[in-house]
Write a protein that binds this ligand. Sequence first.
Ligand code: ADP
Length: 525
Amino acid sequence: LSRHARKRQAESEANFRLVVESSPYGIVLIDHAGRIGYMNPAMTRLLGYEREDAPDVETFWQRVCPDPDYRKWVLGTWNRSMNDSREGEIDNQPIEYQITSRVGAVRTMLIDSVAMGSNVLTTFFDITRQKEADHELRQAKEAAEAATRVKSDFLATMSHEIRTPMNVVIGMGDVLLESGINEEQMGYVRKLQRAGDNLLDLINQILDLSKIEAGRLRIEDEPVNVRAIMREVTGLLGMMVENKGLELECIVEEAVPEWVMSDRLRLHQVLLNLLSNAIKFTEQGRITLREKLEDPGQLHILVEDTGIGIAKEQLENIFDFFVQSDSGITRRYGGTGLGLAISRRLIDLMGGRIWGESQPGKGSTFHVVLPLRPVAPPVGKVTPEEKSDDSGLDGQAMRVLLVEDSVDNQLLIRTFLKNTPHRLAVAVDGREAVRMVQEATFDVVFMDVQMPVMDGYTATRRIRQWEQETGRPALPVVALTAHALNGEEERSREAGCDLYLNKPIKKQRLLEVIGQMGRRCVRFS
Ligand code: ADP
């Protein structure tokens, strides 16, 4: 070699050495006999060992993995990755190891090996700090989730506490309306009730939201008759449409199957929200509810209106919490700005999509696309709507047992039933209810869940047990609860209740249920 070439080689080697020696990664060179030929300063810094302290692989692992069981695992995986590593190729999947330094500090390392002729070059990358950060992040996330759960429980309890007196406030309004007050006073009471209804809506929405946020909302997977839901929803809002002089049209494509797998309650909730928005924000023209099939295997529901429309830049925001497209509108139309936010989260949970399109001044269209899973009509299942179609044993007197400890609620139900043919008996706790059921004949029981002495579920279980022992037909039991929590419905079913109603109960609903349950009872006896 010329002097010049030698000089260049020496320079290049010096550069190379500089790179390896100043590398922040630990670098170790191992020969075919397992001897450690080189260990860079970063490695010594990480572990506190010099090459002399660990002249071969075996001693090295003994020092950095003092626990024999863990060392066995380490050597196994390490040897395998050495055998797998091909000439000049960096092992694609570095393995994570826990390594103990000379002073006993445990560090997490990513170790990577590459074969170079008869040597193996192993690099050590210290990820202890990232790991700690990950761990802290995870802990912070768990703490935040726990806090959300606490918040959700708090909201659930609060809503329970608010609903119970609200039940009485709204119900007493009904009592007042029937007490022969004058027109002006009736106007005041109706205003009071409207405000009460709005407040209850708000509470329910906040409760829904907190359940979704806490990951506690379970989506049901059950056969659902989508046409029936459309009829229910339009039926509920029919009055509103008529009062505003709007037209309402339902168009269902022939090909849409009658029954699909979905969540009845939640689908109902979303459609009700979209349709009531459409009515709320439309002064003239028509609302169209459309249902069609979309490829591949999707159900597409559209709610179209000819209302005030929504500005383009607002179309996405309105799906956020508490967003209304402008505050002037809020004052004019009311509402909370929660409906669409909840709808989007529900549809997300159901595996679908929801979005809006609009031409300001001309109208809006809201789209819901859901995965379509048709099913055969469930045998013997009637939708609530079909049930209420001819729930009309209204004229027939039913013997109703109300099990309720609150005197206010007793008075409420008594007033609801005042001008009906039904007869009411009252038990103040579960134990009294069981005794009364055994001594007298009833057609339906309304059972409050939370009561002193004996709660409603225990009482229902006792009644079912007694019926079995004595071979009597099952008496319809309707659970009444102010808990809008998940699982309450299952709990009531497990206890043997036939139906589950959330308080407050409206007069209309009470009479409907008495009619339905009474009819069942007639069939049983
Ligand atoms: P809320 O109706 O209770 O205010 P939503 O979340 O359902 O809450 O709706 C949020 C906002 O989106 C509404 O306040 C309104 O500004 C706008 N919006 C929703 N639907 C329509 C519609 N069909 N036409 C015009 N604006 C609408």
